[in-house]
Design a protein around this ligand. Sequence first.
Ligand code: AN7
Length: 368
Amino acid sequence: MSLLKKFKRSFSKKVTQKNWPGLIEAYREWLPVSDKTPVISLQEGSTPLIPIKSISKRINKKVEVYVKYDGLNPTGSFKDRGMTMAMSKAKEKGCEAVICASTGNTSAAAAAYASRGGMKSFVLIPDGYVAHGKLAQALVYGAEVLSIKGNFDKALEIVQEISNKYPITLVNSTNPYRLHGQKTAAFEIIDFLGEAPDWLCIPMGNAGNISAYWMGFKEYFEANQSKILPRMMGFQASGSAPLILNKRIENPNTIATAIRIGNPVNKEKAIKAKNESNGSFMDVSDEEIIEAYKILGKEEGIFCEPASAASVAGLLKRKDEVPENSKIVCVLTGNGLKDPDCALKNNDAIFHNQLEPEVSNIVKAMNL
Ligand code: AN7
């Protein structure tokens, strides 16, 4: 029996948003927690899996394409799945402060969950390359923000050194509890579809999430919760594609600042996921990312951030390889509201500015 079904039974009524307890309680038996673990939660998880006809149509071949809209988590990204675990385990150990490097979403989630758990958070970010929504979150959630004149990879080296020398817990995806939390997204997909998809398309930055999903798919498969394993299809932005070029990128660049990472710390795990799943990695250009971003917005009403759109851009790029009748899930890792500057610069909307406030004038502008 799937965990969600068990969970439904234990509540003896329909699972609704009202009684979703957060992912640690929902998937407790699959996670390294005990009765002693203080659960720090914002009721993350249980995000929708939404069919996307506009993409299925472009591929044809009777495929069903879904997006896992993880931008609907409490701080607007999949990082909440990892943070509920990392923070609960840090608190269990008696930790008082946490630290991370971040392109933005990790810092927002770390700040929120640290505050929720009564801990202090320090976040290192690359100056000028964190989307404004994410920076605003870190500040409001009460992190101490340290902006460095350097990129994410440098920031990660620094926080690794600091956490080795001082009693501060590192909550980047080198923290194993992060990946355990994030693997629950794979469980949710199988619980919802009744089976694993044929392909999982996912953006890669530090490559923690693809590794976490693969762990989740394998665990469910081994426990007979699914009969197939998906091919793990990872995508990076062309200007920031160390896993495709197979070398460290010193100066990564892309409009998708979330995945502006040149030296992924989970590289080995991601390559293992690719090889074990008969998967494949590919890069997508910023233009391809923005095209997918716009399709999702204006044809589906789904607003994701550019890094997330890389999964859909990648699927469209590989559409000739998609098998007939297959089910494909693209992971939308972050909410579009995170990066309003990108949205304002990249849309095809008609926007009449500075109009005189008179009906006749407005009607004329509307071309009625
Ligand atoms: C929206 O916040 O690395 O491959 O510091 O924010 O697991 O790194 C963000 C990564 C994809 C890539 N989509 O995930 C950070 C950070 C979004 C992201 C990724 C990130 P990983």
